[in-house]
Design a protein around this ligand. Structure first.
Ligand SMILES: [Ca+2]
Length: 139
């Protein structure tokens, strides 16, 4: 049995407040990993399948029918094995929520890799309550 050793190093997603307007907050969300190859850690793979969910067990144990999962569209094309890769997906995450991300890679057949490590991201709720402007005294 051929063992494919695919090691993804999913680093930390960067959460930086970009700007604040009224009650909405924007985040810059970038996920990083190292490209595997077509055959283990050699060559260039053909495609990625990255998904996220608010339920880690669903993501891990039921990849193909993962519900509720979100498939991330427009993933980058795999680079050469060992190359750093990243994906920026804007501000689509809800604040105050924990998300679980994972990725699989396929070669041209497609032969799919196993599921990567699970990246856990908590998007903090940093939106404060509104400021009170009608504080007053009544006699
Ligand atoms: Ca292959």
């Amino acid at each position: 049995m051929k063992h494919l050793i695919v090691s993804f190093i999913l680093l930390v997603s960067l959460f930086c407040v970009k700007k604040v307007v009224a009650q909405k907050v924007w985040y810059e969300n970038t996920i990083l990993w190292t490209a595997p190859g077509d055959d283990g850690d050699k060559g260039i793979a053909s495609q990625y399948d990255m998904r996220y969910s608010t339920d880690s067990l669903t993501l891990i144990n039921n990849w193909n029918a993962c519900t509720p999962c979100v498939l991330i569209p427009n993933m980058p094309v795999p680079d050469s094995a060992g190359a750093p890769q990243s994906f920026f997906f804007g501000d689509s995450l809800m604040t105050g929520t924990t998300y679980y991300f994972a990725i699989k890679t396929a070669d041209e057949v497609p032969n799919w890799s196993g599921i990567s490590n699970i990246l856990v991201i908590y998007v903090p709720d940093i939106i404060t309550p509104a400021v009170i402007f009608d504080l007053r005294w009544i006699q």
